[in-house]
Ligand binder design. Sequence first.
Ligand code: SF4
Ligand SMILES: [Zn+2]
Length: 163
Amino acid sequence: MPNGGPDCCGNCSHNRAVQEMAHPHPSDREKFRRISFCTLRQVALSNPFWTYCDNFGYGKKPELRNVDEPLIGSITSSGLYEGYVRIPWHDAVEPHVSVPAVCSICQRQTDVGITILHAGHTLGFCTNQHYVRWWLTQHVDAAFNAENFESPEERFKEPEGPR
Ligand code: SF4
Ligand SMILES: [Zn+2]
């Protein structure tokens, strides 16, 4: 699996796994993933090489990190592939991507959607666009605009066949 960009939690000085293991030897990948935890935001990172935030600090010397720096924006994950895009977490709750879902916005059913846990319920979404549309009903953040993501009409359009 390719690495999801150099500015991911897997390279960040705030990740406990980076603090303890530096960069993982391939045979230590599972342990690295298991102990990945953001010590700035106090959240476990299940997918550190595909998770991001603007507090990223390259982890060459984690002992020099600023443990008191103010948080900047939301954590993001790689969204459904439409080109590489990043979608925000719901505070400390990570969206699950590429999973079966029934969309809470348009009711479309897909095997490759997004789900998020919210108020004790799992909500589903068909696309990054509909996930972000819902997310913006819960968060005020000008960094995200649902219209910047692929629409369901684009994503699910039927290939044109012979007439
Ligand atoms: S969530 Fe942000 S601050 Fe925390 S480990 Fe990941 S990139 Fe670093
Ligand atoms: Zn939808």
